[in-house]
Design a protein around this ligand. Structure first.
Ligand code: HH2
Length: 271
């Protein structure tokens, strides 16, 4: 069994393929399965280690979709990508099961195994990699009033508890990575503090995945208080900084610029 650290050496890039009409930055762009599969292939050509295929938007305010609808969106894309490195962005056991049968190697669950009681078993039985992400509240309401005593310590405490839950459910610890969940029930300041203090999360001993790409906090720090997305330049800066603070996997929409920036950052850091 290859550990997640060996499978995804630091830094690795995960390309985002949202097969949704309503994702916050690329909604509707990849709704056609052929377009989505072509985008995914391009991301892999550009140096992504894996592509994360998702059929449900978790943007602030979103309501969620049924398993049938999620399957209708992602299955044709997964079929077209058979044999390539794919992750499934889902909280539903039924969707994960189908995706794993179609060759997905990682389950990316933004609810950290709290959304569907059957998902832990599906991941454990398959031997897939697993990403556990922190979210305060739920997408519909999460940005209304996020509160923490100490955001880094609170997120670390949550991830440690969910890691224990996953291991108790039979998922091998060396197959799990952790994610602070940038933008999921956090203010702009809290998102930046989580990256600044990423050492509090890496101290848990698992690789950390960070998804800051295009998120609204980037547009807001640049001076637009109503921004819903952030620009590429800011995404790359956040990705490189997260890497320098210890992140292993960067989840991004624009693969080539991140791969290039991270290669340079890695050359600086490792000498
Ligand atoms: N962010 C989003 C979705 N899934 N998964 C992980 N592990 N970490 C993240 O930060 C993360 C995630 C939101 O981004 P996106 O997929 O582009 O948007 P949407 O949820 O609107 O489809």
């Amino acid at each position: 069994m290859i550990s997640i650290e060996m499978r995804f050496p630091r830094p690795s890039v995960m390309g985002v393929v949202n097969v949704t009409p309503d994702s916050f930055s690329d909604g509707g762009v990849h709704l056609d399965p052929d377009v989505a599969a072509a985008a995914a292939r391009r991301m892999l050509d550009e140096g992504a280690a894996i592509v994360d295929v998702g059929g449900e938007s978790t943007r602030p305010g979103s309501e969620g979709v049924s398993a049938d609808e999620e399957l209708r969106r992602v299955v044709p894309v997964l079929e077209a990508l058979r044999g390539l490195p794919v992750s499934i962005d889902t909280s539903k056991a039924e969707v994960a099961r189908r995706a794993l049968a179609l060759g997905a190697e990682l389950v990316n669950d933004v609810t950290a195994l709290r959304g569907d009681p059957e998902l832990a078993e599906v991941v454990a039985e398959s031997g897939a990699y697993l990403c556990l992400m922190h979210m305060q509240g739920e997408p519909r309401t999460m940005q209304s009033q996020p509160t923490y005593d100490d955001v880094a310590a609170d997120v670390a405490g949550f991830l440690e508890e969910r890691l224990g839950f996953a291991v108790d459910a039979g998922v091998a610890e060396e197959r799990i990575c952790l994610d602070p969940g940038i933008g999921f029930g956090k203010t702009v300041e809290q998102n930046f503090e989580l990256v600044r203090r990423l050492d509090v999360l890496t101290a848990l001993g698992r690789p950390v995945l960070v998804g800051f790409s295009r998120k609204s906090s980037l547009g807001r720090i640049l001076g637009d208080p109503t921004a819903t997305t952030g620009p590429l330049s800011a995404s790359v800066a956040a990705g490189v900084t997260a890497y320098e603070r210890g992140a292993t996997i960067l989840r991004v929409h624009d693969v080539r610029p991140h791969v290039e920036a991270l290669a340079v950052a890695a050359a600086v850091v490792s000498g």
